[in-house]
Write a protein that binds this ligand. Structure first.
Ligand SMILES: NC(=O)c1ccc[n+]([C@@H]2O[C@H](COP(=O)([O-])OP(=O)(O)OC[C@H]3O[C@@H](n4cnc5c(N)ncnc54)[C@H](O)[C@@H]3O)[C@@H](O)[C@H]2O)c1
Length: 251
């Protein structure tokens, strides 16, 4: 994967940063596109220093199509190509569906679903223009199949994202561009830390996750790296669950 270029959205921290680190370890140059431009720059500088690759941190709100177009243009100007896009940026407000405002509901759909639509359409146009194929990965969730009272907006957005991935897989397959989803289980990040650092959830993890631990951003990064490799050329339109076996447990 040496000298290839990957854009990862929402990679200033958390799972996105874990994905960026795994792809960088494989030799890819990295663009971190995150709403938080300052942290994106710092995280890119860290990757470049530690992994001896080239990395760029860019401020980009994926809900703003013009910002996505600017971010893609800057990437092409710097590296001349994009080989992989990881649609990772996402939010999960954890508000009961009966208390949720219309504004919040729309915001979740805008970031988690419409943002990935903008990024995929715009970056795929570059991949098609270059004619060398590509890899696009969508970070979904177990919430594609299961939900909770405080995850209605999130589950709707992630189930939609899964079908958006399949649609792009059909549209872009003829160009040698594969699209797949990675659905993380329970991963310790700033999004979920408030929940998993209490004592009872730790016991819950031991009981409900067969491998006996919470997941790390690198667990997801390793799966993304596998799907971005040349060996994954015939894998297209699938959702890969990476959850330590959690969804297999029925009680
Ligand atoms: N943590 C988990 O347990 C878990 C489980 C399943 C799926 N996921 C998914 O993984 C992805 C990453 O989650 P995380 O836990 O690392 O979250 P996180 O909150 O730690 O990081 C999310 C990043 O996305 C960025 N972001 C938010 N809105 C954005 C926007 N409009 N434009 C650009 N960047 C934006 C934030 O600045 C932040 O850097 C999300 O899509 C999330 O739904 C997480």
């Amino acid at each position: 994967m040496k000298n290839r270029v990957a854009i990862i959205t929402g990679a200033a921290r958390g799972i996105g940063f874990g994905i960026a680190a795994c792809l960088a370890r494989g030799g890819m140059n990295i663009v971190i596109a995150d709403m938080n431009g300052k942290t994106a720059e710092e995280s890119a500088a860290q990757l470049a220093r530690e992994q001896k690759i080239e990395a760029l941190g860019l401020a980009c709100d994926i809900t703003q199509r013009t910002q996505v177009a600017d971010m893609t243009r800057t990437t092409i100007a710097r590296f001349g190509q994009v080989d992989a896009l990881v649609n990772n940026a996402g939010i999960c407000p954890f508000v009961d569906i009966m208390q949720m405002s219309e504004e919040m509901f729309k915001k979740t759909l805008d970031v988690n679903l419409t943002g990935a639509f903008h990024c995929t359409q715009i970056v795929a146009q570059e991949m098609i223009r270059r004619g060398k194929g590509g890899r696009i990965i969508f970070i979904t969730s177990l919430a594609v199949n299961v939900t909770g009272a405080a995850q209605g907006d999130y589950a709707a957005s992630k189930a939609g994202l899964h079908m958006l991935m399949k649609t792009f897989a059909i549209a872009l397959g003829p160009h040698g561009i594969t699209c797949n989803a990675v659905a993380p289980g329970m991963i310790l990040t700033d999004m979920t830390r408030f929940h998993w650092e209490k004592p009872e959830p730790a016991a819950f993890i031991k009981q409900r996750v067969p491998v006996g631990r919470i997941g790390t951003p690198e667990d997801i990064g390793n799966a993304v790296a596998m799907l971005c490799s040349d060996n994954a050329a015939y894998i297209n339109g699938i959702g890969l669950i990476v959850d330590g076996g959690h969804q297999a447990v029925c009680a």
